[in-house]
Write a protein that binds this ligand. Structure first.
Ligand code: BTN
Length: 279
């Protein structure tokens, strides 16, 4: 972590305040994640940089965080809007002792932690759209991009990349996402202190990651299911090699989405995009 954030004074002068990570670090004393912040006023993608650090041996819990991203990446090759000073863009390096097949559990664990953190800042209950979109009133508040490096037997590292819309006003969003996205300021009509959200998020991640390690995925799956917003709803699930139409049921013990298709057969989906349909 930079001891004094050089972007701080310059941007205060222009009315935009950079993250005060010294404050966050103090708040996270004794928390296993967030042990070190790699801070950038601007970066291509925090996930890309976190991968490079992980390849060079960065420790579990190190976090790459940026005020803005020039090539913020979303799931399925999409772009993640990353304007400066209003949101959070971070990537957490994890080194879970899990077989590669269980990497999706980390993604779902991240979604539970992110939804829990968001719930403390807004009065509406956030829901999760499989696998890890955080929605409020059907609009996207936050998303997670998980990237992993594995060999045949074990996971080398997982990068949990998180983007959250905090003080991003809808009228500043590009036209193409305006109708589908929301932010904390839009929901509460009050700007949120980004450091407070960051601390809360790292604490919730730390707690959920600990639960996953100690109690196993069942404990996380229960919390995920409690926030799942599409149970029983008609959906279309699109992935590279399949398209499923049916009613979303929940997740299985590996975190795969279960959909009862229109022929009454239970389909298991491991990757793809879920599109809610009219009942
Ligand atoms: C999605 O919902 O499509 C996932 C969005 C993930 C965005 C975050 S922002 C920080 C990290 N760096 C990236 O390039 N992407 C993730």
């Amino acid at each position: 972590m930079s001891a004094k954030n050089p972007a701080h004074s310059a941007n205060e002068a222009s009315g935009r305040t950079a993250l005060d990570l010294d404050h966050v670090r103090e708040d996270l004393e004794k928390v296993r994640l967030g042990t070190r912040f790699h801070y950038f006023p601007e970066i291509d993608s925090t996930n890309t940089h976190a991968r490079q650090l992980a390849e060079k041996g960065a420790a579990e819990g190190e976090v790459v965080i940026a005020e803005s991203q020039s090539r913020g990446r979303g799931r399925l090759g999409r772009r993640w809007q990353s304007p400066p000073f209003v949101n959070l863009y971070l990537s957490v390096i994890l080194r879970p002792k899990l077989p590669p097949v269980h990497v999706p559990q980390i993604t779902l664990m991240g979604a539970v932690a992110l939804a829990d953190a968001a719930a403390t800042f807004i009065s509406q209950a956030p829901t999760i759209k499989w696998p890890n979109d955080i929605l409020v009133n059907g609009k996207k508040l936050a998303g997670i991009l998980t990237e992993a490096s594995c060999d045949t037997e074990r996971v080398n590292y997982v990068i949990l990349g998180i983007g959250v819309n905090l003080n991003y006003r809808v009228d500043r969003m590009p036209e193409e996402i305006r109708a589908r996205a929301t932010s904390v300021v839009e929901l509460t009509r009050q700007e949120v202190k980004r450091e407070s959200f960051l601390s809360r998020l790292i604490r919730d991640l730390d707690r959920c990651y600990g639960e996953l390690e100690e109690a196993g995925f069942a404990a996380i799956a229960r919390q995920w299911e409690a926030r799942f917003g599409l149970r029983g709803q008609r959906v279309r699930v699109e992935s590279l090699d399949q398209m499923v139409l049916g009613r979303a049921q929940g997740i299985d013990e590996d975190g795969a989405l279960l959909v009862e298709d229109d022929q009454g057969k239970l389909q298991r989906v491991v990757a793809g995009d879920v599109i809610p349909l009219e009942p």
